[in-house]
Design a protein around this ligand. Structure first.
Ligand SMILES: C[S@@+](CC[C@H](N)C(=O)[O-])C[C@H]1O[C@@H](n2cnc3c(N)ncnc32)[C@H](O)[C@@H]1O
Length: 187
């Protein structure tokens, strides 16, 4: 059977989402900056119940149209600016892949703190975000980039299941470091 992402011309789920799902049992999940829903659709097919938010109403409309056509009742798409740092409920998994670098740097601390607070004990945060380092200055004009060690410093009292600052490639071939964090809240 063709997977949903291919059927609607979406990229496959982020590889870190796929990897995280090897160890995280289906639960209530919150997808921050979901775009047209490549990760939300993948999660829902595995049995997660997903609230998927994005600041772009067109992206949310696309996801809404897909879930209507497929009669999916386990994804709730919503237009929401993550910079508000007011997540509406507690979740077992909060995903934020390649989205944090688009927000106002002055809101990053509040956004990360909201994510940690709104995660259930024993639940997970998965974050992938661009970095700007001496070895690999970020070639993209993102409003926000992470410094070495910065992301993990926000999760000092959580279990770091996976953390790296590996080199990655943008769609346009540009090389930069990305911080990847999968952390589990104690409890
Ligand atoms: C590069 S895409 C990543 C989409 C998705 N997370 C993924 O892994 O495919 C970044 C997304 O973040 C969304 N975004 C940017 N700033 C946002 C904000 N302040 N609040 C919510 N979504 C935002 C954009 O609209 C876009 O859909």
């Amino acid at each position: 059977m063709q997977d949903l992402n291919s059927r609607y011309g979406l990229n496959q789920a982020h590889s870190e989402v796929v990897k995280a799902c090897e160890i995280i049992a289906p639960c209530d999940a919150f997808d921050m900056g979901c775009s047209s829903g490549r990760n939300a659709l993948y999660l829902s097919q595995l049995g997660f119940k997903v609230t998927a938010v994005d600041a772009n109403p067109q992206a949310i409309a696309t996801l809404q149209s897909i879930i209507r056509q497929e009669s999916i009742d386990t994804i709730t798409p919503r237009v929401y600016d993550i910079q508000q740092a007011r997540i509406d409920a507690d979740y077992g998994l909060i995903v934020c892949t390649v989205t944090l670098m688009f927000i106002d740097p002055s809101r990053v601390e509040a956004v990360l703190s909201d994510m940690r607070r709104r995660t259930l004990a024993g639940g997970y945060n998965l974050i992938v975000c661009a970095m700007d380092t001496a070895d690999y200055p970020c070639p993209m004009n993102f409003p926000f980039t992470l410094a070495p060690g910065e992301l993990s410093s926000h999760y000092q009292d959580w279990d770091l299941v996976n953390y790296n600052e590996d080199l990655g490639t943008m769609h346009n071939g540009a090389e930069l470091q990305f911080a990847t964090l999968l952390a589990r809240k104690p409890g």
